[in-house]
Design a protein around this ligand. Sequence first.
Ligand SMILES: Nc1ncnc2c1ncn2[C@@H]1O[C@H](COP(=O)(O)O)[C@@H](OP(=O)(O)O)[C@H]1O
Ligand SMILES: [Mg+2]
Ligand SMILES: [Mg+2]
Ligand SMILES: [Mg+2]
Length: 355
Amino acid sequence: MSTSFLTEKQVAISAVRRACLLTSSVFNKLVKNETLTKEDKSPVTVGDYAAQAVVNIILKRAFPDDPIVGEEDADDLKKDPALTKRVVELANEALQADLGLGEMAEWGIGPGPEKSAEELLGAIDQGNHVGGPLGRMWTLDPIDGTKGFLRGGQYAVCLALIIDGHVELGVIGCPNLPYDPSDPEGPRGCIFVAVRGQGAQQMTLSGANPAPVTIPEIAPGALNFLESVEAAHSDHSFNNRVSTSLNISRAPTRMDSQAKYCCLARGDGGVYLRMPTKAGYKEKIWDHASGNVLVEEAGGIVTDSRGLALNFGLGKTLGDNYGVIAARSDVHKKVLEAVQQARAAEEEEIAKAKA
Ligand SMILES: Nc1ncnc2c1ncn2[C@@H]1O[C@H](COP(=O)(O)O)[C@@H](OP(=O)(O)O)[C@H]1O
Ligand SMILES: [Mg+2]
Ligand SMILES: [Mg+2]
Ligand SMILES: [Mg+2]
């Protein structure tokens, strides 16, 4: 098997482009009662299900033996025939659309045949792999930042190839992200692609204007933090403490999804910092895999709050990693120190309060 991952890259881009087409179309047609509540109370929409079905079908067509670790499963969807009908319509629309640019039959990609409800529900459940340390596997977040998606903000379709616990390829589609950060009101929709050892790229959602991305040197005064919108997903007050200790005066940029990693990779914000808000939460591999290889290929470093690499070979979660810090290497060093000091100070305060 080739290690240039050329076919994998083209197939993953095609799958993400079709999923982005679908999610944009769902947003425009979104009806409130098409949002279900999963056990963990996070909103899951027809978009998440249909996008997972589309990506899995495209992946399985090209790589029938590759397992997929997907965020969603079809258990709840199967109980709702009306919702299933919508998912089938949307998925087929996206699978059959003519995307034009960038799709070549020789890659085994392009418009495919119509699929039945049974096939599409089955495709969603093909994302049931549990992960692990060995072999090839894909991980998929069909809509990362579901809350951002529902409020018309940032969200991302994230697909990554993991081999023996290491992320080798990542593709992130951001339908609502301006292509040019210096023109925030300009055209929206970007795809970010990174292959280990081959650099990182940004292109438009239609596959046009591919351009390399690298994290530029940012003057300390111009640095700012990229953090979740949701206060439940990352500890805003801890970030504030760290940015104050680093004399960062710019307000944080709050944004849902792995679009934060994409912004970091192109120098649009200098630090991604995500610290847990509750004991015991384990980050999911699909929330970080694509962003991890993207940032590293753009010249950055990604670790947890103890300076350890993220471990993608432990199953569906990042196991014992605690928090995530991503930045250009010079900035990362300073942030890691500041994070460790802030954690020590926090622990001291807790101990004092208990005494
Ligand atoms: N308590 C929690 N702490 C950290 N992350 C959480 C969380 N609850 C949910 N998440 C994850 O945070 C992701 C969104 O991250 P962000 O806040 O950066 O947009 C969600 O992805 P989905 O939207 O795909 O479910 C979800 O997996
Ligand atoms: Mg979710
Ligand atoms: Mg997610
Ligand atoms: Mg998701």
